[in-house]
Design a protein around this ligand. Sequence first.
Ligand SMILES: C[S@@+](CC[C@H](N)C(=O)[O-])C[C@H]1O[C@@H](n2cnc3c(N)ncnc32)[C@H](O)[C@@H]1O
Length: 222
Amino acid sequence: MIKTSINGVFKDNGRLFTENLPDCKGLKVYDEKLIVYNNREYRSWNPYKSKLAAAILNGLKEINLFEGANVLYLGAATGTTVSHISDIVRDQGIIYAVEISPYAIKQLSRVCENRKNIIPILADANRLEEYENIVSKPVDLVYQDISQRNQTEIFIKNVKKFLDEKGQGILMIKARSIDVSDEPERIYGSVVKKLREVDLKVKYKIDLSPYAKDHVAIVVNL
Ligand SMILES: C[S@@+](CC[C@H](N)C(=O)[O-])C[C@H]1O[C@@H](n2cnc3c(N)ncnc32)[C@H](O)[C@@H]1O
């Protein structure tokens, strides 16, 4: 098991891992593998199920994640990626996990029973007033993975509200959810243009294939 350039992310035989939290020993969140190495338990991180793992394997080297980081996560679903971020930020960090689906939030709440650093929030990421009083500002990372037509506008509103100049935003874009008929490259270009028009600095754009087809990760700073 070797450290990667990303805090709290490890590699073994080309596969990514995070170290399970002490209170979660033996517990899985999805169908990940648990392995013990030097008395520590690690969880395999599947890039086909988590776009953040795919972005790391495809070259994303700088993520504003560290022990104690505060994260606003938009589109938490049932907690697959959130759980790995929970391993990375450890007990001193907090993840505000916003999700619109009552079904998904119910599953996520089960994950939070053992992971005290995740706060599940049933809300629409388009309506910041539903959760702005819960999130302590600024956060270190705004991470968004929601397949909605207006996902760029949602991301811009959240980044402007919850980040300061030291923070980072990561937007996972699914080309087809913005426009099924247009070329993915043109869609990504128009997203980057919109981000620059509101003075966000676009640092990286990372293609997520073969793990997620027609998806990219876009990393920004204020
Ligand atoms: C692709 S899934 C997220 C997968 C998750 N990020 C992961 O890696 O484990 C997208 C999620 O965004 C949620 N979603 C869609 N629109 C939303 C909105 N406006 N506000 C909050 N969540 C939303 C969906 O219910 C769905 O659970």
